[in-house]
Design a binder for this molecule. Sequence first.
Ligand code: IVH
Length: 706
Amino acid sequence: MADEDLRKIDVEALTPGQAASELERLAREIAHHDALYYAQDNPEISDAAYDALRRRNEAIEARFPELRRADSPSERVGMAPSEGFGKIRHRVAMLSLDNAFEDEDVVEFVGRVRRFLGLVEDAPLELVAEPKIDGLSISLRYDRGRFVEAATRGDGTQGENVTANVLTIKSIPHVLKGKDVPETIDIRGEIFMDHADFQNLNVQQAASGAKIFANPRNAAAGSLRQLDPKLTAKRPLRFFAYGWGEASSLPTETQSGVVEAMGRWGLPINPRMTLCAGAEELLAYYQQLAMDRARLDYDIDGVVYKVNRLDYQLRLGFISRSPRWATAHKFPAEQAMTILRDIDIQVGRTGALTPVAKLEPVTVGGVVVSNATLHNEDEIARKDIRIGDTVVVQRAGDVIPQIVSVVLEKRPEGAEAYQFPKVCPVCGSHAVRETDEKSGRRDVVRRCTGGLICEAQQVERLKHFVSRNAFDIEGLGEKTIAAFHRDGLIQSPADIFRLQHKDTQADLKIEEREGWGPQSAQKLFASIEARREIGLDRFIYALGIRHVGETTAKVLARSYGTLENFEAQMRAAGQDEAGEAFADLVNINGIGKVVAEAIAEFFAEPHNIEVLRELHKEVRTVPVETVASDTAVAGKTVVFTGSLEKMTRSEAKAQAERLGAKVAGSVSKKTDYVVAGADAGSKLNKARELGVTVLSEDDWLGLTGG
Ligand code: IVH
């Protein structure tokens, strides 16, 4: 009897032979759907259909317990298939690196480090140069030398628990050897697949009709994220250690020393790690590696430079999401030629009209590219890009592909200069380029004037609202939000929190929708509920105010403390840009004029106030933790003036912020301390006038514990 017919037979009527065949088929099918759902986020059947497969499997097993298979899907219930991977919170965040593209950027990086540290001209500064492996980063926890847990980078704060899979990677030791292994340490490094293994895997995938991977990085990521560790075990993954997160102690005082120690403990480390004395040596290393690149048996996408002394690293600290003590020097982009088929105009959340090139698909550096950014109207005119043109496309790392130039000799006859639309393609409102009143300069971006009547802007704002660094609601991705918006379920951010209620009145319930089921709908409602309480910084970021990124949102949240205070002050700033609230805003370290104006504009707009009013009914914000709350200067506002001797101005600011203080640019009644170095001028006078406490550099160091 054919498989097809077996499926129709009631469990009660199956013969043992038929039951065995059915169990085999169900194991295969369920594993297939699990992989689509969990590893690729791309299910092909509804939750209901999936549940039916599982129920049938269980019923057959209940009737024929002796036929239960070793790879039975019911073995995995409760663990992977229903939950995906568990989450692990990184004890020390996994950050990213700043990028350098040109030689000058590297010279500038070294200069910046030296200035920050206040190093005199001939003071030595050692840096480590090493290949930037094109894989995926991982954190491995070792407790008393034993491997206990592995997590992917995730959003940098929280990653996925891939311990079972990492256990199958042969080069990762389960036990570290050596007397100087710390009590606990998170080893950080890169998981990757080498070229030969990648080729072999794709040959096998092709033979079994499975997905072909575009490059070794995707193959490594796909392999590590298999829900069944047995599958990961069959994929030859490799690992290089290059850093660490939390560590109870460290064996030496340099970057290279610690990594070399990791090598002695039994971890694979990259043999090309090299010590350099300055920018010139870094650049020579880069040139050499660029030449050797093709001969390496794994993919690299640049070189990473790191300040070697750990005490320097500590002083340099971090800016936003990347360390000041390291940078990635990327290899130049790869290029290819293709035809520009069309230009699509997308409308963003602030109404910006962005042209996107629709290309004849072409492979650039191992990845198929069919879209590229065209930036803006002027860029198209400057390069005279016309539909039908043959163009040179370039791709560098994770950066969106770009069009570099047009091959004029290949221009088809009659191709006309591109006319950028003057109306919004979505809502038909005028699209205009504003002129800055003061500078008289015309904005490069043309914007739809429709505001929230423009569907595109509504949807984009909603997408931003639920994005990873904003409300981050699991199960409510870009596609879902667009669909719910289209069907009238969600119009404004507050509607998200009314979704469950709205759903009870809808004709088509979420659980009945394509790709949904009772379980996934309940899960979505639960993740929405979980977000009724949210950090003020995420909340501010979620509003989607122009120029207010994650870092600025954090600064604002710290400076204003509560949503009520923030809102009141910003509304005041919005009403009067000459008033005190606006002046206070601009005075915050890290908030420039452009940002302050964008915030004021946002709060001067009645429909934004309405969005906030509605959100107040649904969501509660909690203050962000200041970097430190138990220091003598936490929460205090400090102004540095004059020339400091023991540290540079940037270092002083960074240190103050690390200790929870707010650093301001000018002195006002709200200033708690003015730290005055030599030759302090007007700010010092102002402080005296207002009766603000004035500290010497030594007083300050005494107060902050040096
Ligand atoms: S050090 C604070 N060293 O590059 C971040 N990263 O663009 C320290 N990467 O997420 C990272 N090779 O996945 C470092 N030798 C290397 C690396 C490396 C590859 C990756 C890593 C990181 C990304 C940042």
